[in-house]
Design a protein around this ligand. Structure first.
Ligand SMILES: [Zn+2]
Length: 366
């Protein structure tokens, strides 16, 4: 009987350890639980909501989307042709030949097909608001096999090209699928796509975000003597959303996450903000400049030009009333300026100037 007791305690201990691993994973910067590490699919514990959602930009930032992949598939990055191979985990033979979905990309201003293939069918469509074309193609006779690709790519098969944005040029993604792979599974995969410039690709900038907007929402007019914060040194319409700290967070690190996928443009210390991160993104087809103000610059490990995944931790909040916040209270100022802009204003003097800015709270990030 005693043996069972020991097993019982052993199990309890194991559950606690698993609990700690899951909890630390949730609260650290690995909110993208299925994000590949070292170009390998990660086997790290996953949060329930993110089960099987794969962030493909982790393999190569050209692939600016995530998708749910079924449990029997895994991902191989093919560096020589910058492609992604979704292959059957438990099949025989090499990974390339187990390929079910093969993903490529090209930069162009319009839909293109190779001159080396015959188009048997072409159908224009739309996927999550992105222009798309479904093709059935066959490599022309006498054309050499496509290098580094699975052999079914040299046979008749179907694929869907999807345009990333309305910018020209932009990126087009080619999702080809093995004729042996279920059409239904392929459709499910396409349905689950969340592009980094879509609402579905957006993430909250901070945990429990909605509870924190208690002082300065977007568009609020403030001036010294008439402001929810005191002392107030600014005057004008607040062109951003302020996220406050919660009780007990004064002296703890509060993580700040990228709301969208895009390159870090700048990180610097500047008047009014202290630490400021500027990121370039596209939201719903338009270029935007994201400002994360009052952050601790020494916590920012990414450098200008680095691609930041949506939901990736980029910084922690600066200490209140220090140079890290330019003597402001500890909080996050999240500004979204339309266009690729050098405007880093935190306030504007007229209501009409607010039209140059977006209110992040009008979106429903994940
Ligand atoms: Zn603010």
């Amino acid at each position: 009987m005693n043996n069972y007791k020991y097993i019982g305690w052993g199990l309890a201990g194991l559950l606690i350890i698993i609990g700690i691993i899951v909890f630390s994973n949730r609260s650290s910067d690995s909110r993208l639980s299925n994000q590949p590490l070292n170009n390998q699919a990660s086997d790290s514990p996953q949060t329930e909501a993110d089960v099987n959602r794969m962030e493909f930009a982790g393999f190569n930032p050209k692939f600016r989307f995530s998708a749910e992949i079924s449990e029997d598939l895994a991902v191989e990055y093919v560096p020589e042709i910058e492609s992604l191979n979704l292959y059957e985990k438990d099949g025989d033979g090499d990974l390339r030949e187990r390929s079910r979905i093969f993903i490529r990309y090209f930069e162009a201003s319009q839909f293109l097909t190779l001159t080396t293939v015959d188009i048997l069918q072409r159908n224009e469509t739309e996927i999550h608001g992105h222009a798309a074309v479904e093709y059935e193609i066959r490599k022309k006779p006498g054309v050499a096999n496509f290098p580094s690709q699975p052999s079914w790519r040299n046979e008749q098969h179907k694929l869907t090209d999807i345009r990333f944005s309305q910018n020209s040029p932009t990126t087009f993604y080619v999702f080809a699928h093995n004729p042996e792979y279920s059409e239904n599974e392929f459709e499910n995969f396409l349905d689950s796509l969340a592009f980094h410039n879509d609402q579905a690709g957006l993430k909250q900038p901070i945990d429990r975000a909605n509870e924190r907007v208690t002082k300065k929402p977007f568009g609020l007019y403030v001036e010294p003597g008439n402001s929810p914060v005191s002392p107030e040194k600014f005057t004008g319409f607040h062109n951003a959303v302020d996220y406050e700290i919660l009780p007990g967070e004064e002296n703890t690190d509060v993580a700040v996450y990228a709301i969208c996928g895009g390159s870090l443009r700048q990180k610097r210390s500047t008047s009014g903000y202290g630490g400021l991160i500027i990121q370039d993104c596209e939201i719903e087809g338009q270029n935007v400049t994201i400002l994360y103000g009052h952050v601790r610059l020494s916590s920012v490990t990414k450098n200008p030009g680095n691609y930041i995944l949506p939901g990736e931790q980029i910084a922690v909040l600066g200490n209140g009333f220090s140079t890290e916040t330019d003597d402001e209270r500890k909080h996050l100022h999240l500004g979204i300026r339309k266009g690729v802009s050098t405007d880093i204003a935190g306030y504007v003097s007229t209501q009409s100037e607010l039209n140059n800015w977006l209110d992040f709270r009008t979106y429903q990030p994940n």
